[in-house]
Ligand binder design. Structure first.
Ligand code: GLY
Length: 849
């Protein structure tokens, strides 16, 4: 039972048997805390359960929690590779009591596990307690039988655990193992405590308080328990190795790295290999949880981790991107416990490769500059801030990468100089936006952007999250607060709300906090990366700095996702059917429908539209996962991803693929591959149904297609069905017979119309046949004349009627008038053959009229 995977299972099993619910790890990006950069402990997902805000159907739980400690309150980044126990990514095993058992039982459960199940020797173990916690000390004595010298009282924050600046907290008791005199280090509280001899492997936190603000601490509703055991540390103990990097899991990762590098883990390489192994774990897990490298916030911490590892790979002689080649080994080791690694393998691999390929371009040159600039420096010297800033700004060296590179030579960086150079650059940027006329109306957003930084968008992964209000804008001006009824724009540090872009409308929903709520009716993007929530304060007073809960209107977003994904499917189907000249000319992804304009210079036939709809639905029923990858624009286009003309893309783009082609060149290949920042369904089946409802021309060579999906498409079909049924009922036949019956009725109607005309003609000339119509005959100037005024005969039938009159007249002229008023009378005129040339009929007619 000493493999990492076995220890994890044994821990969870033990607590399951002790009545704990086994709960899955929560994501590394916390949804329920606005201030925490990464999930840094098992208790994070239970934060609101401890404070009583959230109820769960169990009062005891156990987890193996993915944790990252790089950035924020708990940050181990700088120690990794240089100690035997620090990691940026680690698994924390924990048991939790929410107002159930407290100190005594927690100590008992822990002691039994480590001594009975894990078989640790009592004489190697010692514990710490918070200096005032007599109670905990007495339990250790009673339950574990530890002597006083093995229960060490600590007065510092080391024995008062807090997740962050705010949140649940309490005194804690840590369990240490003495690994033997051969390792340097002293017991906790001694001057040598930082050594690796005495290893802390489990922390029992007696959760009693909630830190509400920096100054205010209140009691939790009920005393609770939160514990955290480092899985990797426990593995190193049970496997009898001195460092976490020598455990089975890390050995396999380090072997993969050294074989990819073609060099063994010799003494010179050890530290770098350890950094690479640790950093590749945190990078892969962060990408799997939706963090992508960027220049701000979480994305920047990820970028720092990745680039640090890349420098170490470079140190070991890597000439090509390396990190992505370690992904399969990690998936093998940890994919079973964390299936998100398996699901995200492609995305992870490509993200690592892209970042490394891009950074390699400047890494080598930057390192050259660094060695030149430090050539004359000796141990204890300082690199000037200007150079460190140049490395940061021009060569993409995060500050800590530069510090890490100089660490071995004991050279530090002039931090004040670095900050000064950074400020100067910001000042330049301020001047340029302040003076640019085209953004004059919106200049309010630039200072907000500068103070707040870019908003972190969480909406690919979640529709609900906590955030901190960083700015409120009312009537075009920043304000500190807004009250009920105010129309207000809200900027928050992180948001799940999608800002309108790429044709997809912005999200709506609710932002609420202590005593207030804001109805959000739209979300827009401003000033290069700010998400601005537009809404109205529904109640209470909202203030900047407030912690808020952001909740996207889920039903509306679900429809938006379906419509956006359907747009991609229809787009591809049109290209396949009509040709690749078809390009999207604009689109609107609204919740109720989708609309897009394409270049195509002739109408699309009903048959073609039907085929497009069929093709799109073929991919819908595949129900295949929709995948997103991050790539450079050039690579994405080289791979055949469709980029939209006129759209502005960053250096890196999201590439959304869906469906598997069934025919032709696309057979067994991704069906639709598009550059897209929008939000999509998880699998094509979520679209439900695609229904094209109209096709029209909007400009020369541009056609507009409108379509519906899911419930809207079903409703549309339902309405059409109802109409058909109503027609069938009126005709008293079955709906299936309606088309044939309508056709037959139209034929019959045509026939009847013809007959009606004939009958009217007859009627017009009296009830006798035209052959016997001599009554109105007269002779004018020796020429026979038949004149008749008729009604109910269509003008085009007047001439045939006049011709019919000739027979009865024998010789002469026939005039038939179609209306009574002479001035607008229409007439049919006919003359018999013997009169041709003798009389001008029009003269006769004039007289007769
Ligand atoms: N929450 C306990 C620990 O992280 O040590």
């Amino acid at each position: 039972m000493s493999g990492v995977n076995e220890i994890r299972s044994a821990f969870l099993d033990y607590f399951r048997k002790e009545g704990h619910e086994v709960v899955a790890s929560s994501p590394l990006v916390p949804r329920n805390d606005p201030t925490l950069m990464f999930t840094n402990a098992g208790m994070v997902q239970f934060k609101n359960v401890f404070t009583g805000l959230e109820k769960r159907p169990y009062s005891r739980a156990t987890t193996a929690q993915k944790s990252v400690r790089a950035g924020g309150k708990h940050n181990d980044l700088d120690n990794v590779g240089y100690t035997a126990r620090h990691l940026t990514f680690f698994e924390m095993l924990g048991n939790f009591s929410f107002g159930d058992y407290f100190k005594e039982r927690a100590i008992e459960l822990a002691w039994n596990l480590i001594t009975r199940e894990f078989g640790l020797k009592k004489d190697k173990l010692l514990v710490t307690v918070y200096h005032t916690d007599d109670e905990a000390a007495s339990y250790w004595k009673k339950i574990a039988g530890l002597s006083d010298d093995r229960i060490i009282r600590i007065a510092t924050s080391d024995n008062f655990w807090a997740m962050g600046d705010t949140g649940p907290c309490g005194p804690c008791s840590e369990i240490f193992i003495d690994r033997g005199e051969h390792i340097w280090g002293g017991p906790p509280g001694s001057p040598e405590e930082d050594g690796d001899r005495f290893l802390e492997f489990w922390n029992l936190v007696f959760m009693q308080y909630e830190q509400v603000t920096k100054e205010e601490r209140v009691d939790l509703p009920r005393p609770s328990i939160d514990t955290g055991m480092g899985l990797e540390r426990m593995a190193s103990i049970l496997q009898g190795v001195e460092s976490v990097f020598e455990t089975d899991l890390f050995r396999h990762l380090i072997d993969a790295a050294s074989s990819a590098l073609g060099r063994g883990p010799d003494a010179d390489a050890v530290a770098s290999l350890r950094v690479i192994a640790d950093h590749s774990r945190s990078s892969c897990f962060l990408v799997a949880d939706g963090v992508l490298p960027s220049n701000e916030g979480r994305g920047y911490v990820l970028r720092r981790i990745m680039r640090r590892a890349m420098r170490h790979a470079q140190l070991l002689g890597a000439r090509d991107p390396l990190m992505w080649r370690l992904v399969p080994a990690l998936v093998r080791e940890m994919g079973q416990a964390y299936p998100e690694l398996v699901r995200g393998e492609q995305m992870i691999t490509e993200t690592l490769k892209l970042e490394e390929t891009r950074f390699r371009k400047t890494l080598v040159r930057g390192l050259g500059l660094l060695s030149e600039a430090t050539e004359k420096l000796a141990s204890g010297d300082m690199l000037d801030g200007e150079t460190a800033f140049k490395l940061y700004d021009t060569y993409g060296f995060p500050l800590d990468l530069t510090q890490d590179a100089l660490r071995q030579r004991n050279i530090s960086v002039n931090l004040a100089g670095f900050t000064e150079a950074m400020e100067r650059q910001k000042e330049e940027a301020r001047k340029s936006w302040a003076g640019s006329g085209d953004v004059a109306t919106e200049t309010v957003w630039f200072p907000v952007r500068e103070n707040a930084g870019a908003t972190e968008f969480l909406g690919y992964e979640t529709e609900q999250a906590e955030g901190l209000i960083q700015a409120l804008v009312r009537d075009g001006k920043t304000v500190d607060s807004a009250g009920k009824g105010d129309a207000v724009a809200v900027v928050v540090n992180q948001t799940p709300f999608y800002g309108e872009s790429g044709g997809q409308m912005g999200d709506t929903g609710v932002i609420s906090g202590d005593g207030f709520s804001i109805e959000i009716s739209d979300t827009q993007k401003k000033a290069d990366g700010l998400f601005v929530h537009l809404g109205k304060v529904a109640n209470g007073t909202v203030k900047t700095g407030a912690t808020v809960e952001l909740k996207v209107d889920h039903a509306r977003r679900t429809r938006l996702r379906a419509n956006h994904s359907a747009t991609h499917l229809i787009h591809e189907a049109l290209r396949e059917l009509l040709g690749t000249h078809v390009a999207q000319k604009g689109s609107l992804v609204a919740p109720e429908r989708l609309r897009f304009d394409i270049s195509h210079n002739k109408p699309i036939s009903p048959d073609e539209l039907e085929e497009v709809e069929r093709m799109a639905n073929e991919i819908v029923v595949q129900n295949s996962p929709v995948t997103t990858r991050l790539m450079s624009v050039d690579d994405a286009i080289a791979e055949g991803a469709m980029a939209l003309f006129g759209e502005k893309y960053g250096d890196e783009v999201r590439v959304v693929s869906m469906g598997t082609g069934l025919h032709g060149a696309k057979a067994n290949r991704p069906y639709s591959v598009e550059l897209c920042g929008g939000t999509h369904v998880r699998a094509t089946g979520d679209i439900g149904l695609v229904r094209i409802v109209s096709d029209s021309a909007v400009a020369a060579g541009v056609r507009r297609i409108e379509a519906l999906t899911g419930e809207a498409a079903r409703k549309h079909l339902d309405e059409q069905d109802k109409r058909l049924k109503a027609a069938a009922a009126a005709l008293k036949i079955s709906p299936a017979d309606v088309p044939a019956r309508v056709e037959a009725l139209l034929d019959e109607r045509k026939k009847l119309e013809k007959e009606l005309i004939e009958a009217r003609k007859k009627l017009a000339l009296g009830d006798r046949s035209p052959a016997g119509v001599p009554a109105e005959n007269e002779t004018i100037a020796g020429v026979g004349f038949l004149g008749k005024a008729v009604s109910g005969v269509s003008p085009k039938d007047l001439k045939p009627l006049a011709d019919a009159g000739k027979k009865s007249l024998g010789s002469g002229i026939v005039v038939v008038f179609g209306a009574r008023a002479a001035n607008n009378a229409r007439r049919g005129v006919a003359g018999t053959a013997d009169q041709a040339g003798r009389v001008n009929p029009q003269h006769l007619v004039g007289g007769a009229a």
